[in-house]
Write a protein that binds this ligand. Structure first.
Ligand SMILES: Nc1ncnc2c1ncn2[C@@H]1O[C@H](COP(=O)(O)OP(=O)(O)OP(=O)(O)O)[C@@H](O)[C@H]1O
Length: 815
């Protein structure tokens, strides 16, 4: 088939002629056929197609048909809506790569519908993800709307593109209207515009009431809402990944009619993938993809006639079979070029292969898309130039202007009110609509504080002691009576009366059974008084240093404790000694002696900070306050981004033009509000309701607590940026909980740790903050104290570090 014939066929598809490139990026004024002379300056050609030199995939030795690379010119790139050149993309490791795109070339002319067809898993979605800038190629180039995705002039990501991913990628908690508002605001539309457009889309796509929640819609309805989102802002380039799945035939037809309608004027371009091959007949161009390459890139009618098939499916099968033939050179099959397509169609022979040269593939000498084709004959001379890329008239648009722009809308804006508004409303709405999340945010911290204050730090009670009192004839406790005056009788009973209420006295007849009770776990300890305990004690006091060993021995209260439980053992030890001091002092007092004689000669004055009876609760409370706020924030944010990412929501927002910074910013603001609520609840319950000691300024306590919450949030960002799966994020968040708790001096002073661990502990985000809050609460220290301000400094430093790491991971992880 001659280029003229195919150009004609292309014209029938609605492509309009445009002016050819002059090679220097300027459009010739006459728009007429121009000819490239054989003596065209070689360097000029190289400059025009400079990308060929950049492409590692091309050897340059296979050039046989076309010698001039149209896709390489800046001007032609700008005229095509999308231009993909020598795209290579693989997943997996370098050792075991899963090659998904292999030297793929694709040219999508402006103002056309491009149907990308291929079997499941051939790489369509990957290609589209690369086009919208969500994935990076390993090598090769992509130009979209005149720029490279992700660069200023491309409009990708941004409002110039409408992207419908394969997944539903919608917020289930939103109503249809809220969904449209969210994306409309992101696209920079006014609310009134959105409402107007919404009415059209509701009717057009036969959607249910706008107030219905997305999660309550059927699968097909959800897909239509997703499609509506892509159409919302009437973008220049629509990229639709299987929009007609689950859509009934009538609606499918009306969707295609709409696509044909919007592309008619030549301003809009559509790339669409579908499994319903035959529906793609309505496309202007079809790219048949297999194993990461395009087998053909033609108009449907051209494909049918070239292969003499009655259906596109047959064409695809024919081409696939050809590709399957063993020694077909890969380049031969990578056809975004009519020449080699023709060769395939009309039987190129193995011994006389028609290779698609790097130039031809790259340049995209698509006669069906180009009114101007630069084809060199076998002698190397250029024979014809006839139209370019099938761009619709007037399709030179924003991309060209925007490429060097400094002021075009959407190019240079750091952010917009609409985006921030959309993201904030989205965050709050998602929280508000999710009862579980609301309970998690506000009920859980209160519950944790209540549980902590009720369960931790209180003295154990009802501890049984097995008592054997040789001075009593019975084992009935009520018989253990004594004279409360200055009387030196039944001193064992007098002592026992000083044992406080935490001890439950159980009397045993002999020592062995009492010890057995301890061994069997029926008592926490055994107390033994000898038969003549009172006499021996009186003698001991009276004789003083002259007391003999037997007297001393008989006057001792013997104790056997179960020390398997350190806290209970230490407490019983303390209470037994305190009881003796009280017993001795009281006896001395009633006998008109100085009670100090009964005490050890150490006098504990009022402590500088705290009380002589310190509470474990007061010690742990600062760490617990910060830990609760920190890890709740980690839990909230570590999965937030991942859930959005796995549902395709994050990608969709990003393609719509939302940047990672904007997403993080919106989460920071949302989280800040949440944090304020949580901080208020935690502090009110800790300090006001449960009376945890606070001698410091409440303002600094609030600030430090909120900062720790923000720090936890940023740590959550890091987790969600690093982890692919929610499961991994939860594991990482939970995995970090215990080490942080144990090493941060929350439940045990870091002074008790080995030196190395102590240094590690100081490097954790909670350690210095806990010390700081403890100093404020217990010591009443102000911000000027190093112990206090270092907690603030370290927290702020951690926030900054986590944010930077998140940004870097998000930036470099793409693709
Ligand atoms: N993130 C990923 N990591 C590893 N492999 C991937 C990833 N995404 C896709 N693949 C693999 O790349 C190949 C192409 O996948 P892709 O989704 O692009 O195919 P597709 O043509 O869109 O398929 P379908 O029509 O079923 O959606 C498949 O083998 C797939 O398993």
């Amino acid at each position: 088939m001659s280029s003229t014939a195919i150009a004609t066929a292309n014209q029938q598809q609605g492509a309009a002629p445009t002016a050819p490139s002059t090679g220097d990026g300027k459009q010739p004024e006459d728009g007429a056929i121009s000819v490239i002379r054989p003596d065209l300056d070689k360097r000029r050609i190289q400059r025009m197609f400079s990308w060929t030199a950049e492409s590692p995939a091309v050897t340059g030795s296979e050039t046989s048909v076309a010698t001039i690379d149209d896709g390489g010119t800046m001007w032609s790139r700008q005229q095509n809506a999308v231009s993909v050149r020598h795209a290579f993309k693989s997943y997996g490791t370098k050792k075991k790569p899963n090659q998904v795109l292999s030297n793929l070339n694709m040219t999508v002319a402006k103002g056309t519908i491009y149907g990308l067809l291929g079997a499941s898993g051939c790489g369509k979605t990957t290609l589209l993800s690369c086009i919208v800038g969500r994935k990076r190629l390993n090598s090769g180039e992509i130009w979209v709307l005149g720029g490279k995705p992700g660069t200023k002039g491309s409009g990708v990501p941004g409002a110039r593109v409408g992207y419908m991913p394969q997944e539903i990628a919608l917020y289930g908690e939103f109503s249809i209207r809220e969904t449209m508002m969210y994306f409309g605001w992101i696209f920079g539309m006014h609310t009134s515009e959105i409402v107007e457009r919404l009415q059209f889309l509701l009717n057009f796509l036969d959607l249910p009431s706008e107030s219905r929640l997305v999660k309550n819609l059927s699968g097909g309805q959800q897909r239509r809402v997703s499609f509506a989102v892509a159409l919302m802002h009437d973008p220049e380039l629509l990229i639709l990944d299987e929009p007609t799945v689950g859509v009934d035939p009538l609606l499918r037809q009306s969707i295609w009619n709409h696509l044909v309608h919007i592309t008619k004027a030549g301003q809009k371009t559509v790339i669409i993938t579908t499994h319903y091959i035959e529906e793609a007949r309505q496309a202007h161009t079809i790219g048949l993809m297999r194993s990461g390459r395009l087998l053909a890139e033609e108009s449907p009618s051209c494909l049918l006639s070239m292969y003499r098939c009655s259906s596109l499916e047959d064409v695809f099968l024919k081409l696939s079979r050809k590709q399957g033939q063993a020694n077909v050179a890969p380049a031969e099959l990578n056809i975004s070029n009519n020449i080699s397509l023709s060769a395939l169609a009309f039987g190129s022979k193995k011994d006389n292969p028609v290779y698609v040269s790097q130039e031809s593939g790259v340049v995209g000498l698509n006669f069906h898309q180009s009114k101007e084709v630069l084809i060199s004959d076998s002698n190397g001379s250029t024979i014809a130039i006839n139209g370019l890329n099938g761009s619709a008239p007037g399709a030179i648009s924003q991309a060209v202007e925007c490429d060097n722009c400094t002021e075009c809308s959407g190019c240079s804006n750091f952010t917009s009110k609409g985006k921030i508004r959309a993201l904030l409303v989205k965050n709050f709405l998602r929280m508000w609509r999710n009862v579980g999340v609301m309970l998690f945010i506000f009920a859980l911290p209160v519950m944790q504080v209540i549980l902590f204050c009720l369960a931790i730090g209180r003295d154990p009670t009802n501890l049984k002691m097995a008592i054997v009192n040789g001075e009593m004839n019975t084992t009935i406790g009520a018989d253990c009576v004594f004279d409360p005056g200055c009387s030196f009788t039944s001193l064992s009973c007098r002592y026992l009366s000083h044992l406080n209420s935490t001890i439950v006295k159980e009397y045993y007849s002999d020592l062995d059974s009492a010890l057995d009770a301890v061994r069997d776990g029926n008592a926490w300890g055994a107390l033994y008084f000898t038969d003549n305990f009172t006499d021996a004690l009186v003698a001991r006091i009276a004789l003083g240093r002259d007391a003999d060993d037997e007297t001393l021995d008989q006057s001792e209260i013997r104790v056997w404790l179960d020390m398997s439980n350190q806290q209970i053992g230490i407490m019983l030890n303390r209470d037994l000694q305190v009881a003796y001091r009280e017993f001795a002092q009281q006896l001395l007092r009633v006998c008109d002696n100085n009670p100090k004689l009964g005490d050890v000669p150490i006098q504990f004055k009022a402590p500088i900070y705290g009380t002589n009876d310190p509470s474990f609760t007061d010690f742990v409370a600062p760490g617990v306050i910060l830990t609760i706020v920190f890890f709740l924030a980690v839990a909230l944010t570590s999965s937030a981004l991942i859930i959005e990412r796995t549902e395709g929501l994050l990608d969709r927002s990003w393609v719509a033009g939302v940047t990672p910074i904007e997403i993080l910013f919106s989460h920071v603001v949302t989280q800040f509000v949440v944090m304020c609520g949580q901080t208020a609840l935690v502090l009110v319950f800790m300090i006001v309701v449960f009376g945890v000691t606070n001698n410091g300024e409440i303002g600094w306590i609030v600030v430090l607590t909120i900062l720790q919450g923000l720090c936890g949030m940023c740590f959550g960002f890091v987790i969600s940026a690093i982890c692919e799966l929610e499961r991994n994020a939860i594991q990482l968040a939970l995995g970090s909980f215990y080490p942080t708790l144990l090493l941060s001096g929350v439940i045990w002073p870091i002074e008790g740790m080995p030196l190395v661990l102590r240094y590690i502990s100081l490097c954790l985000p909670l350690t210095l903050a806990t010390t700081s809050l403890r100093s404020i609460l217990a010591r009443g220290w102000s911000i000027t104290e190093p112990d206090v301000y270092m907690g603030f400094v370290s927290t702020i430093a951690w926030i900054a570090l986590f944010l930077v790491v998140t940004m870097l991971v998000l930036k470099f992880k793409r693709g």
